[in-house]
Design a protein around this ligand. Sequence first.
Ligand code: DAV
Length: 351
Amino acid sequence: MTISSLPLVHADDEWSPLRAVVVGRAGRACFPSAPAKMIKATMPSEHVSRFQPGNPFHAKLIAKAEAELDYFAAILCAEGITVYRPEPDIDWVALNGYTGAMPRDGLMSVGNMLIEACFAWPCRAKEIEIGFSSILDDLSKDQRVQIVRRPESAFANTLLDDNVADNTTTATTWAINNSRPAFDTADFMRFGCTIIGQYSHVTNQAGVDYIRKYLPAGYSIEMLDVDDPHAMHIDATILPLRDGLLVYNPTKVTETELRRHAVLASWKLHAYPYTPKAPSEPPLYMTSPWLCLNALVLDGKRVVVEASDHQTIQWYESLGMQCIPCPFKHVNSIGGSFHCATVDLVRESSA
Ligand code: DAV
């Protein structure tokens, strides 16, 4: 199939040549109004006290994050990649939401299908609807594309109830129960027909079952056993840099566990060899410094990496990658890095 005849959504791995992508926009982003139990479960402990649900991030921080996102989008455009952007200047404070800068949490491409998350956090429930509807409308003009929108039944606000009937699978480990499907799409990484996911404070068994029900024929999900009591999103734990080479956070997952998955059995697996450090400013309010693994691979040869992170750049280069530096610290401060800020729409895989 030639590039021009590819469907508008056509991607099922993290490394094949990227042809079309969504890059988020911060908008008037605010600390998400998550329940205290959820904030305590998922946020870096040193920032829990600075976490002000519903309050906007500082305007200067947002302005710098928007500039970084624009610069990142310009890098991708200059590579000939089609870049879709959400609506500008959305007032997430007034909407009691969060931001439009982290679309990876809310949308996942699997083949020609785009799956919308059933967010666990009520403040994120309408994030895709509000920020990304016009992009979804454009993509759905291609009859070959199937978009699985979040159903009404996934809006039930029961995940934190202690006394729901089906409280079995997640009650002890995770903040959420299993009373309705919940998942952030950033709890999944695509390796062709195999998708590797994790359970977390935002992804439950019903959520995994929901995705399994909708997956195109031939695709399957395998769950990774991750040692992370604060788990929320797998995309700072494992990162495939190219077909056959994966880097990972050895404090959260073991090589043995990774190799248990047939798709990775013969891959080169490299543990990140350092302890990443958070910058003092701007603060990583919502994530760990393992965002160094939250990079965006363009084509199995090149990877976009935080410009000031010389340690990670050198390490990726030692693994044969070419690094494209991009400043992204202010985006990091509001919740994620290059992988979080994007959704792959088209990757030109040979399969
Ligand atoms: O290590 O805090 C961040 C992942 C963001 N999507 C972490 C996970």
